[in-house]
Design a protein around this ligand. Structure first.
Ligand code: SAM
Length: 220
């Protein structure tokens, strides 16, 4: 069976995406598990995760480190689907996972209980002072489907992201403007980041996996 490491901790088998399961036997739902030479790999569905969608779309700049040891602040962890895969990828790192819906948070908790590199934080990403104690991080992941997601991302980056740190930002264009073309909206969000001094590593639309969504990878 041929698995190719595309980015540190992220593997491809033909068009399927896998991560190495940090917690043997863990399944988020009913994803496919592969076992190769004693290592367990979990399939990652690009229709359920914007980062997986970006990889499936052929993004080339997903700069996770070889040591897989980043600290990350993740805003909008929801029920913990994508963050469980980032926990696999950053197996030697740590992720602070912020979510403000109590219904989602309840489902995030058991995922974090099983994974020692995930800390759940029940807080509003618009109020970084609520989690002021989070240490400086190497990466910030923002997937909150809010009209001011870019501004919230930049505010959190000011507080927590190290200089040279990486931002992964999902843009739900329909939360920003339903009348404008989705790509145009993303271009505007990219421009906001550029105007604020960010270096864009890569961005693109992630249709058909997530309709009318863009994904941006940028460096502080
Ligand atoms: C699109 S879902 C995230 C999906 C998740 N990132 C994944 O891939 O598994 C957006 C989540 O952001 C949360 N959210 C929205 N605004 C927020 C805020 N201001 N603070 C914290 N969480 C927020 C919502 O409750 C929702 O669970």
């Amino acid at each position: 069976m041929k698995l190719r490491e595309r980015f540190p901790g992220i593997f491809l088998k033909d068009r399927e995406i896998y991560t190495e399961n940090l917690v043997k036997g863990f399944r988020y739902s009913n994803e496919k598990i592969l076992r190769v030479k004693g290592v367990e790999y979990r399939q990652w569905n690009p229709f359920h995760s914007k980062l997986a969608a970006a990889i499936a779309k052929g993004f080339t700049k997903i700069p996770f480190p070889e040591k897989r040891n980043w600290k990350m602040l993740y805003l909008g962890a929801a029920h913990g689907y994508t963050v469980s895969y980032i926990s696999d990828i950053l197996c030697n790192g740590f992720i602070f996972a912020v979510e403000f819906s109590d219904r989602c948070f309840k489902e995030l908790l058991p995922v974090c209980e099983k994974r020692k590199n995930l800390a759940p934080i029940f807080a509003d990403a618009r109020k970084p002072e609520e989690y002021y104690w989070v240490e400086a991080v190497d990466a910030l992941y923002v997937d909150i489907a809010q009209p001011d997601a870019t501004e919230i991302a930049m505010r959190n980056a000011d507080e927590f992201l190290k200089k040279g740190g990486v931002l992964f930002l999902a843009i739900k264009t329909r939360s920003i403007d339903v009348t404008e073309k989705p790509k145009k909206i993303c271009e505007q969000e990219v421009e906001k980041l550029c105007d604020a001094g960010w270096k864009i590593l890569e961005w693109g639309m992630i249709d058909p996996f997530e309709k009318d969504h863009g994904f941006i990878v940028a460096k502080k």
